[in-house]
Design a protein around this ligand. Structure first.
Ligand SMILES: *Cc1c(COP(=O)(O)O)cnc(C)c1O
Length: 439
């Protein structure tokens, strides 16, 4: 008789997990007020007071600046457009290289390409999965202009070391903090330590406005450029009497008044939502982390992890089964979707190494890798970042059972599922060996 759900047994739980809906009466009221005003976006792409947006956008930016302790904030329509703005604002162009992470969401490596620069992939740290400072330094050339790092899964990057390297080589540091709002590195918020940082407000993040992003910086020159790039900069540089107009041609990356109104309310909820995530994650790490062959997320000294995802490492040496088989067994024990979402909340590997995507493998971009101004040699070979590949193909699995909507009894179901798979490892080994033979 099969015990595991994967092999035909009864699953630990079939009842769908509660959705993490952070939108409540406050957001509804705020949006209704904007709708009643009829002013859904006050932005205009010419040099007049509305160039910087309407009252909700401005209030949202001011509140964000206060919450994160930064001088300048710019609301944009996504973290992706925020990343593009920041690359532009750092004066990056053809012939330049930007050091990026292979273990992240795709936009983090495309951003340099938008401005004709070449993304150079450094490898990650095997504990935090953020860029490894040693690999960053090893990849610096005379063409390197910036480091675009990611505070991945909710853990901050090794900022002291990265800032030291950046100063040594005169590089800009752009922090993608999409997954790490209110993560802390040695007393400072992730995203506020380098030259410029970007947060995401898309539906899947800690707080959201549907789609959206927020750029933060203390550098007036970067601030001026980001503001121009967000909103058709070329049309206003004359009126604004901008001296340095390099890369200031603009896009429409503007946030609407409705999104900003939602964002103002969401920001108030952020500290509480983060705390709930941490409490849930710590409980799960404690219990699940005791299982042999499972390493729970590492939290480095002086750091606060905010758990966009909960990352575990799985040892097939210790357990005798492949990570993917384990994850399949776990998935079968629990509902892995939540209401109105089709992305599984448990998965193997996290993110495939970005350099294996066809755009890098085939170098399908004219002015960047193939630009006559580019005299470097960049590699996108399989094997380029061995730690990243090992994490993706062999060791890491993630889940989102630490979401704020999960109650104690939901978490207990999760723990029971892990325990059950462990109690039936022999059954699982047999399943795996049959699968391998038939494959
Ligand atoms: C979500 C995410 C992005 C993209 O954010 P959008 O707001 O969807 O554009 C970029 N980088 C990381 C690390 C992310 O998690």
């Amino acid at each position: 008789m099969a015990n595991l759900a994967l092999t035909g047994g009864k699953p630990v739980r079939t009842k769908i997990f509660p959705q993490s809906n952070t939108i409540g009466e406050e957001e509804k009221k705020a949006v209704m007020k904007v709708l009643d005003s009829g002013n859904l976006s006050q932005f205009v792409g010419s040099w007049n007071p509305d160039f910087t947006g309407g009252p909700m956008v401005k209030e949202f930016e001011k509140n964000w600046a206060d919450a994160f302790g930064v001088k300048y904030c710019f609301a944009v329509n996504s973290n992706t457009s925020g990343l593009y703005s920041c690359i532009g604002a750092c004066n990056i162009g053809p012939g330049d290289e930007v050091i990026v992470s292979p273990y992240t969401m795709t936009a983090g490596a495309i951003a340099p390409l938008i401005y004709g620069a070449v993304p150079v992939f450094a490898d990650i740290d095997e504990d935090t999965f953020c860029l490894d400072p040693k690999s960053i330094e090893a990849n610096i050339t005379s063409r390197t202009k910036a480091i675009l790092l990611v505070h991945i899964c909710g853990h901050p990057s090794e900022m002291d070391e990265i800032m030291r390297i950046a100063r040594k080589y005169n590089l800009k540091v752009i922090e993608d903090a999409a997954q790490s709002p209110m993560a802390v590195y040695k007393g400072k918020f992730a995203g506020t330590i380098g030259d410029v940082g970007i947060f995401s407000l898309n539906y899947h993040k800690h707080i959201h406005t549907g789609e959206g992003g927020m750029i933060v910086t203390n550098d007036p020159a970067i601030a001026e450029k980001v503001e121009l790039i967000r909103n058709h900069g070329e049309a206003v540089v004359e009126g604004k009497k901008t001296k340095d107009i390099w890369n200031t041609f603009g896009f429409n990356y503007r946030m609407t008044e409705m999104e900003a109104a939602v964002g103002i309310e969401q920001l108030k909820k952020l500290p509480g939502l983060v705390e709930k995530r941490i409490a849930n994650a710590e409980y799960l790490s404690d219990v699940i982390g005791k299982l042999p062959g499972i390493t729970p997320p590492v939290v480095k000294d002086g750091c606060r992890h905010v758990y966009y995802q909960q990352t575990f490492k799985f040892s097939s040496q210790i357990t005798g089964i492949h990570r993917n088989t384990f994850v399949e067994a776990l998935k079968a024990e629990l509902p892995t979707m939540v209401l109105r979402e089709n992305t599984p909340i448990i998965g193997s590997g996290f993110a495939p190494p970005l350099y294996l995507q066809p755009i890098y493998q085939q170098r399908l971009h004219k002015c960047s890798f193939n630009c006559p101004r580019y005299d470097g040699i960049v590699s996108y070979e399989r094997g380029l970042c061995p730690v990243t590949e090992r994490m993706f193909f062999e060791e890491v699995f993630t889940h989102e059972f630490m979401r704020p909507s999960f109650s104690k009894s939901d978490l207990e179901d999760v723990v029971n599922a892990y325990n059950k798979v462990y109690e039936n490892l022999d059954e699982l080994k047999e399943f795996e060996s049959k699968k391998t033979v038939s494959a």
